[in-house]
Design a protein around this ligand. Structure first.
Ligand SMILES: NC(=O)c1ccc[n+]([C@@H]2O[C@H](COP(=O)([O-])OP(=O)(O)OC[C@H]3O[C@@H](n4cnc5c(N)ncnc54)[C@H](O)[C@@H]3O)[C@@H](O)[C@H]2O)c1
Length: 348
């Protein structure tokens, strides 16, 4: 079993590898911080493992590591940002900061992003807003990976949605972060790696039939969460990111490490500045009561306590901040190889 890596060592390594691949120091630092933030909270599918996709695209020039996001439309409570094909995490940190700054003076703001790339875990940016006293709402489109119910293959992306809100007086920060598919694509990749079955209902094989074989699922398609509801949500996320913010629509986005292309991914960020709407103490009291009612609700004796959104990740964060992160063997192996190629040895 591989050793745990302190989060600070992992973040420094990611930043150094990105710089060795031609990424600017600021974009490398932001991307490293975002990816390791996902690992810290236990969202390993969208942490440093994503370098496996980012580095071939950086080397092929379809992600521009030196790009600086550009504001195309600048209104008091709205903006449009062109990510210029830069690293999605860097572009998104920038766009959410613009959004929160505008919300602090206008009460609420929206920022659409076009010309971006995969940004990792959506909650990295909704929680950025929550730390700035805003409710943060984040959506993104992504390359097609999800079939409509009854379909034969992927049509839309697994377009994620995240909502986070400022923490209560006990520091509990509510944070929901979900793919619109039953689970994120990375969970099927992980099942294929560990040669374990996936539950029925997650995916279809290439023949359109439900499958529990992760290899068949990877050749087929993810299914939407909640049937037509999840697919409808993904469609509306494409309306926000593609049709409104001006990015590609998800059927036109590519993410192929063998043959990287310009992604043209879109995101949309919304920030609602809570203290502009009501005294923060009143907000906190309401949030505490909401969590308490949910935690205290009667349950079957064999059912574990219900976790409100973000509690699972907060628990992972507490332990990983102290103990570091243990990456699974194949991910660690791939990162070591990337490090060797870039001349930056993976932390031992
Ligand atoms: N960038 C992209 O293109 C893209 C696309 C799809 C998904 N993603 C990311 O993939 C990640 C994982 O998505 P997912 O849908 O597989 O996540 P998931 O199914 O693990 O659900 C995560 C959410 O559910 C809550 N949760 C988890 N287990 C719970 C439990 N037992 N009880 C109560 N609440 C619980 C968590 O607090 C969290 O808010 C997200 O970070 C998402 O942003 C990114």
């Amino acid at each position: 079993m591989s050793a745990r890596i302190p989060l600070s060592d992992l973040e420094a390594w990611v930043s150094d590898v990105l710089i060795a691949c031609g990424v600017s120091a600021v974009a490398a630092a932001a991307t490293a911080e975002v990816l390791v933030d996902a690992n810290r909270r236990g969202v390993d599918t969208h942490g440093v493992a994503q370098l496996h996709f980012y580095i071939p695209a950086l080397l092929a020039g379809t992600i521009d590591g030196a790009a600086e996001p550009m504001i195309l439309v600048d209104l008091p409570a709205a903006a449009v940002v062109d990510g210029q094909n830069g690293l999605g995490a860097y572009v998104s940190r920038f766009a959410m900061k613009v959004c929160c700054d505008k919300a602090a003076t206008s009460g609420a703001a929206v920022v659409g992003v076009r010309g971006s790339t995969h940004f990792g875990a959506a909650s990295c940016f909704s929680e950025q807003a929550a730390r700035a006293n805003c409710v943060g709402i984040v959506v993104s489109n992504s390359d097609p990976g999800m079939s409509p119910p009854g379909g034969l293959g992927p049509v839309l992306g697994t377009n994620p949605l995240a909502i986070a809100a400022p923490s209560d007086a006990n520091g509990r920060l509510p944070s929901l972060d979900i793919a619109t598919s039953v689970v994120a694509h990375g969970r099927i990749v992980a099942a294929a790696r560990s040669k374990s079955e996936i539950p029925a209902g997650w995916a279809i094989g290439p023949d359109g039939e439900d499958t529990t074989d992760p290899v068949a699922a990877l050749a087929g398609s993810m299914l939407p969460m909640g049937g037509y509801k999840g697919f409808g949500l993904a469609f509306m996320i494409d309306v926000l990111c593609g049709s409104v913010a001006g990015s590609q629509i998800s059927p036109d986005i590519t993410n192929d490490i063998e043959n990287p292309q310009i992604q043209g991914t879109g995101h949309l960020f919304i920030a609602i500045h809570v203290p502009s709407l009501r005294p923060i103490q009143d907000y906190e009291a309401s949030l505490e009561r909401l969590s308490r009612v949910v935690h205290d609700a009667p349950r079957l004796s064999d059912s574990p306590p219900y976790m409100t959104p973000g509690e699972l990740e907060a628990s992972a964060s507490r332990s990983r901040t102290v103990d570091g992160v243990q990456l699974d063997g194949p991910v660690r192996q791939r990162l070591s190889e990337l490090g060797e190629t870039a001349g930056v040895p993976f932390p031992s």
